[in-house]
Write a protein that binds this ligand. Structure first.
Ligand SMILES: [Zn+2]
Ligand SMILES: [Zn+2]
Ligand SMILES: [Zn+2]
Length: 207
């Protein structure tokens, strides 16, 4: 049998947050292979081989929208055991590359470790990432449809993902809102027309 796997990759779907491990075959021809989410069908990453550079992985960060391109010389890719892939702009964790076994162990370990550290929470690291992305995408849709309004009348915002919340900042006056995104209940609250409280930075400073 030919050893035809170069390495494995796992990306969080930037739409629904699901993660799954995929083998990268050593020979994919000259084409570009698109990895799609088996859960929602969204495009997660594209891989291709360049004669000189090796394996090229392209993936768009769902948080800041920037296209990331990572290059792994073939020899390096084959020797990789486990490496995290971060967005180069905002360091959001996008996925992992390495050996199937090591990635699988990391994902299992992460889930177990998270549960051990937060026994009161009924969700694990992967679900948490999923909730954050889902909340982020919903807020993006609300903003697109003009459903989020700052008290100043502004309706354009920048969004940042924090550990368990999304931070929205009004581009017009700098007011910001913290939208909790840690639990399924937080997601249930996040409906079109839901109330979002904006805090004005100048009022905060006086306290
Ligand atoms: Zn998906
Ligand atoms: Zn990013
Ligand atoms: Zn404002």
């Amino acid at each position: 049998m030919l050893v035809d796997t170069l390495c494995s990759v796992a990306f969080y779907c930037q739409r629904c947050g699901q993660i799954e491990i995929t083998d990268v075959p050593l020979f994919t021809g000259h084409g570009r292979q698109v990895l799609t989410c088996s859960h929602c069908g969204a495009e997660k990453a594209a891989i291709r081989f360049a004669p000189r550079s090796g394996l090229i992985v392209e993936t768009t960060c769902g948080v800041c929208g920037s296209l990331n391109r990572f290059t792994y010389p073939l020899r390096k890719a084959k020797a990789l055991r486990f490496e995290k892939i971060y967005c180069e702009s905002d360091h959001f964790e996008l996925g992992y590359i390495g050996r199937w076994q090591d990635i699988a162990e990391f994902l299992d370990f992460n889930a177990a470790e998270y549960d051990a550290l937060h026994p009161q929470d009924a969700y694990n690291f992967m679900e948490r990432q999923q909730i954050l992305l889902e909340a982020f995408n919903r807020l993006h849709d609300f903003a697109e449809e003009g459903e989020i309004l700052c008290p100043c009348g502004g309706h354009e915002f920048t969004a940042d993902i924090a550990e368990d919340a999304i931070h929205l900042t009004c581009t017009r006056c700098g007011s910001y809102a913290v939208i909790p995104a840690a639990t399924a209940e937080d997601l249930r609250q996040l409906q079109p027309g839901c109330e979002i409280d904006f805090l004005r930075p100048d009022l905060l400073r006086k306290r």
